[in-house]
Every structure is written in structure tokens, then in C-alpha cells.
Design a protein around this ligand. Structure first.
Ligand code: BG6
Length: 324
């Protein structure tokens, strides 16, 4: 567990201090918990998650850097998620539009071993902030510190695992059920182009209304075939606000982002879940990954340049309507 940068939150926001202490691991610079005012956990973490190397923690918010997924020659999702980060005791000023002082500053620099697999010197600063209303903000600042004048290129994602009631409802119970009672749906990605990781990263255009989790394998046939809803799509040039509506929990997650044009939607469904050692067989029902990302257009930094990517999460009661 990490010791935190305290600032002056001890005197002003003691309950936030307790919360922030329990939510960030130095291993991976990884947020593993985010709770609402009622103490309900909003992020999913697998009961089989392993909190030590070499695997990343299964759940919470892994950081994918310097490579998203298998889009390159590095290990899946890059190495930042399975390295030990440090507390940044002397962070430069972070521009933020929040007045919150409840935050943790972490830093990752490459080790000698890292430089052998990715020969680029960088400083990755991560600020995790809890807003006064309970919002969770992650701000990443990545700087090219190469002295030899070499630029570098990377892809990135905040691989957030949201906790949801039951993603299957609306999937395998027939068309009428799907249309009327979809429990979990995503708004903000309709009509966008996406790359389908399950179809050789081919490009498609999303049709219709909000995204629900119906059969990929047999579209239009979910009335008869309780097929898999395994989804692994990279939506491109997405809006700065995306919402996950969970009717049963009467909750909407609102995801706001800056510097992160893409959004990945992933749920392994049953077969893939069973094949994952650090994931319970039935846990796919209660999670949905919505990953704010920069994948399609990789980011290039010249020496001395810095990139910023910010994600802000809110959980609001379901009376919230999209567009408000
Ligand atoms: C998603 C990818 O971001 O992460 C999927 O799009 C991948 O292809 C998933 O399966 C989980 O990856 P990992 O390495 O954490 O098992």
C-alpha cells in the first residue's frame, strides 16, 4: 500500500484522506477502489486478483503505457502497470479545474531493464484526486527526458473496470427484453467508427442507439441463441463525455476525458473469463471496462516535450439523463 502525499487534507478533508489511503497501490500506480457517499464500491476488482508482480492487478484502473494492448512489440498493455511507482514528493504544479486538495502524486521512471526493452527515457507523473463531490480524477503527465535528442512514440489507456449490476440482462433474454429492460448501456459511442479487436482490428461503424450487450456472433438472433457477448472494441474520435447507465443500481457513471480521443469497451464474457487465471468464472457479469485511450493515433514526444491525459469519473443517481 502506498503512503500518501498529504498536502493539507488532514485538517480539511479527513474522510477523503482515509479513502485515498486505501485506494492507490504503488504497484502499477494502480487505483483499486473508489466509493460513493454510501460506502458502495464503484470499481470492480476480481476476487482472484494478484497484487504483486509479474501480473497487473485485475480490476480497478490499470495504466496501459507505453503500449495499449498488443498494438506494438512490447508486452500486452506495456510495462507501467506492473512496475513499482514512487511517491512524487516534489511534483510540479498540476493545472486542475478542481479545488480539491485530496490527492496522491506518483512517479514512474524507467529502470535499466526497462530501457533495454523500450530505450526511451521518460518521467511519468500521475496525480489521483478525489473531488469534493466524490469524483475521481486521474491526470497523467508524460515527459520525454531523452538527452540524445530522440523523440518517442507511445499509446496509452486508463483501463477502468466499472462495477455494474448484471451486464447480461438484455443480452440473452429475447429482443423485447433487450429493448425494454437493458440494465446496462453505454451512451456517447453510437454511430462512431471502431476497430474490432475480435475481428483482426477491422474498422466498422457502430449503428443505432446506445450500446447494449447483445450477441456479437449472431446479430439479430439473440432471441433464439444465448450467444456470447464478448466485446473488445476501440471506438475512435469519441466525445469528451461518455456515460454508462445501470438501471438496476439506479446509477450512471459519467466519464469525462481530455487528451484521450479513443474509448475501448471490453467484457470477456463467459468463455474468455474461464480462460483467465486471475478472473472468476462468473465475474464478467458484474464488470464493464470503459477505457479512455489514445490508440489509433500514437502520441509522439520530442525531447523535453510533455503530454497530458486526464480522466474524470462521476457516479450520479439514475435520475441523471444523458445530455444534461
Ligand atoms: C483490453 C483489450 O483493453 O484489455 C483486450 O482491448 C484485452 O484485448 C483486455 O483482452 C485485458 O487485457 P489483460 O492483458 O489485462 O488481460
Amino acid at each position: 500500500r502506498c503512503n500518501v502525499f498529504i498536502g493539507d487534507i488532514l485538517t480539511t478533508l479527513p474522510c477523503f484522506l482515509e479513502q485515498i489511503l486505501s485506494m492507490v497501490y504503488l504497484y502499477g500506480g494502480h487505483v483499486t477502489s473508489w466509493k460513493n457517499d454510501h460506502g458502495e464500491e464503484l470499481l470492480f476488482v476480481s476476487s482472484k486478483a494478484i497484487f504483486k508482480p509479474p501480473k497487473a492487478i485485475r480490476g480497478g484502473i490499470p495504466i496501459c503505457f507505453p503500449q495499449f494492448s498488443n498494438h506494438g512489440s512490447l508486452e500486452q498493455h506495456g510495462f507501467a502497470r506492473n512496475r513499482f511507482w514512487s511517491i512524487d514528493t516534489d511534483p510540479p504544479p498540476f493545472p486542475t479545474n478542481s479545488s480539491s486538495k485530496a490527492f496522491v502524486d506518483l512517479i514512474l521512471k524507467p529502470s535499466e531493464e526497462d530501457l533495454k526493452i523500450w530505450p526511451h527515457s521518460f518521467e511519468f507523473r500521475l496525480r489521483v484526486t478525489l473531488g469534493p463531490g466524490g469524483d475521481l480524477m486521474l491526470t497523467s503527465r508524460i515527459r520525454n527526458t531523452n538527452v540524445e535528442g530522440k523523440p518517442f512514440t507511445f499509446t496509452f489507456a486508463y483501463h477502468t473496470y466499472f462495477s455494474v449490476s448484471d451486464i447480461r440482462k438484455g443480452c440473452c433474454f429475447g429482443l423485447a427484453y433487450l429493448l425494454l429492460f437493458s440494465e446496462v448501456r453505454v451512451e456517447g459511442l453510437e454511430t462512431l467508427d471502431y476497430l474490432d479487436n475480435l475481428k483482426n482490428k477491422e474498422r466498422f461503424t457502430e449503428q443505432g442507439d446506445a450500446i447494449t450487450f447483445e450477441s456479437e456472433a449472431s446479430p439479430g438472433n439473440h432471441l433464439l441463441v444465448p450467444d456470447s457477448c464478448y466485446v473488445d472494441k476501440i471506438y475512435l474520435s469519441t466525445p469528451t463525455k461518455i456515460a454508462i447507465l445501470d438501471h438496476e443500481k439506479k446509477r450512471t457513471f459519467v466519464i469525462r476525458k481530455d487528451g484521450l480521443p479513443d474509448a475501448v469497451v471490453w467484457n470477456p464474457w463467459d468463455k474468455k473469463a474461464k480462460a483467465m487465471a486471475d478472473f472468476g468464472d462468473d465475474e464478467y457479469k458484474h464488470m464493464l471496462c470503459m477505457e479512455t485511450a489514445a490508440v489509433e493515433k500514437a502520441i509522439t514526444l520530442k525531447p523535453g516535450e510533455e503530454w497530458r491525459g486526464r480522466q474524470e469519473l462521476s457516479a450520479v443517481p439514475s435520475s441523471y439523463c444523458s445530455g444534461q
